[in-house]
Ligand binder design. Structure first.
Ligand code: GLU
Length: 299
């Protein structure tokens, strides 16, 4: 809102100074004054080239973005200052700056980000959200701005160091994530488990029990606690997310698998999707996103 008022004031001040002439310039005659007045540009009408959904964000004066708050380098909130930082925060702020609006962050989980987007509580999601064919049926995704991989965190004392070590174990995953399917597929491809019953489209982490089984949690701290308590043998998700939980007694297995392309998600069919896509592709080609990736130590 403040930015809009400031922008309007700037246009007004500029227009007034054009109409009245600069104080330091030589005095102008009446007729010159009139000529200047008639040829002076009018205050531009409100920009109308945005689609209706994008214009609604401009009119509101705030871009509302769903982000992670505990993924270092992507979306991380300083608990003391409340400030957010990371690659996804920088991209979100740049979208808001381009629109000339303020920004409001909402911390989301893998399970809540789509509900909040569907309900209209947020305009877009930049939250380590992997682009999948299945998800594309329900939401629009930009071109990927980063690619991560899935990995598995274990207590070192467990002796588990590879996919083979996870045979017949229980793995903690987040509800609404790609992790369980990715791990099952990787174990099948590595020849650790039998894939006869595996069907990509109908896979359900809650019912899969062939060679590995899963416990689903609402958030990542809960999985970390479960790992310490021995409730699960391993914690599986994207490596970027696991980083903060890799404390002294833990380590990753040797394998990383299933590339995870992160995209900006928006409401399906919204004109805001096309607007975001043009920004992301532009910032990928002009090095802006590459710069954010380096700034956050992600390269
Ligand atoms: N990136 C994965 C997904 O979108 C892991 C879950 C998460 O982002 O929290 O499913």
């Amino acid at each position: 809102m403040k930015k809009r008022i400031f922008a309007l004031l700037t246009v007004l001040v500029l227009s007034i100074s054009i109409l009245t002439g600069c104080k330091d310039s030589a005095p102008v005659s009446d007729s010159a004054d009139k000529a200047a007045a008639t040829s002076a540009p009018e205050i531009p009408a409100k920009k109308t080239s945005y689609g209706a959904n994008t214009q609604a964000i401009v009119d509101r004066g705030v871009l509302r973005v769903g982000v992670k708050n505990a993924v270092i380098g992507f979306g991380f909130q300083d608990t003391l200052t409340g400030e957010y930082s990371g690659l996804e925060i920088s991209i979100a702020k740049k979208i808001a700056d381009t629109l000339g609006v303020d920004i409001e962050f909402t911390a989301v989980t893998a399970a809540t980000r789509t509900e909040l987007l569907d309900s209209g509580d947020i305009d877009c999601v930049l939250a380590t959200f992997t682009i999948t064919e299945e998800r594309k049926n329900n939401w629009d995704f930009s071109t990927p701005y980063y690619t991560d991989y899935v990995s598995v965190l274990v207590e070192t004392a467990s002796g588990i160091t590879s996919l083979a070590g996870l045979k017949d174990k229980t793995v903690g995953v987040s509800s609404g994530s790609t992790s369980a399917k990715a791990l099952t597929k990787a174990m099948i491809e590595a020849g650790v488990i039998d894939g006869a019953a595996f069907d990509e489209a109908s896979f359900d982490a809650a019912t899969w029990t062939t060679g590995v089984s899963f416990k689903q949690y609402d958030d990542y701290p809960a999985i970390s606690t479960a790992l310490s308590a021995g409730e699960v043998d391993a914690f599986c998700v994207d490596k970027s997310i696991l980083a903060i939980y890799n404390t002294g007694t833990r380590g990753y297995i040797d394998d990383k698998f299933s590339p995870q392309d992160y995209g900006v998600a928006t409401k399906k069919g919204s004109d805001f999707s096309a607007f975001v896509e043009s920004l992301v592709t532009g910032w990928l080609s002009d090095g802006t996103i590459g710069g954010f990736i380096s700034e956050n130590g992600l390269d």
